[in-house]
Design a protein around this ligand. Structure first.
Ligand code: IMP
Ligand code: MG
Length: 178
């Protein structure tokens, strides 16, 4: 609901401009190499489809489904939907929505490295560095954001708000609803 939104942090125009410029940079950096984009569902889907269209290189893409065990120790991550394609020998670019503690990406990175890609690089739309537990080398960052929970452009709160065309914070009362 529109009334649930507290503040728009990144409007659609800014998202579009930044995604285009990331696409141009990736296009340059991967000159001469075929790119394989791997996104983490479902948060990364909106970013992935826009970013893919901003990259002017031959590319393929795949999706990884993961879930974190709520209530258990931090960073207990499980693959719920594996990649369709083999990544051995390929230039893989992981496309994520947000890095918070870094535990999710550290896990994914470890798992994918076992499959021996030719290269493995990370691109995240948002970086919120305040709660970082694992240091992670991120080659491409869209925006650094303040220490607030955000929704929109793929990011959710309890499965909702992914379709907002901007990144926003929610009113505190939304989190108190059952
Ligand atoms: P990390 O493992 O702590 O880095 O958490 C990363 C994952 O948690 C992201 O891929 C998101 O799915 C989710 N997440 C973290 N912060 C937010 C947020 O502000 N809004 C929505 N999802 C978030
Ligand atoms: Mg995610």
């Amino acid at each position: 609901m529109q009334t649930d939104i507290a503040k728009i942090l990144i409007p659609a125009t800014k998202l579009r401009a930044r995604v285009r410029s990331l696409g141009r940079k990736i296009t340059r950096d991967y000159a001469g190499r075929d790119l394989h984009l791997v996104t983490v569902m479902k948060g990364g889907l909106f970013f992935l489809t826009d970013l893919a269209r901003a990259i002017e290189r031959p590319l393929s893409l795949d999706c990884l489904g993961i879930s974190s065990y709520a209530g258990q120790s931090h960073g207990t991550v499980r693959i719920t939907k594996d990649l369709d394609d083999d990544i051995e020998g390929r230039h893989v670019l992981i496309v994520e929505d947000i890095i918070d503690t870094g535990l999710t990406l550290a896990y994914i990175r470890r798992q994918l490295l076992l499959r021996q890609p030719a290269s493995l690089t990370i691109c995240t739309l948002l970086d919120r560095p305040y709660r970082r537990i694992v240091d992670i080398d991120v080659a491409y960052v869209g925006f650094a954001i303040p220490d607030e929970f955000v929704v929109g452009y793929g990011l959710d709160w309890r499965g909702q708000y992914r379709n907002l065309p901007y990144i926003a914070t929610l009113h505190p009362e939304v989190y108190r609803r059952e």
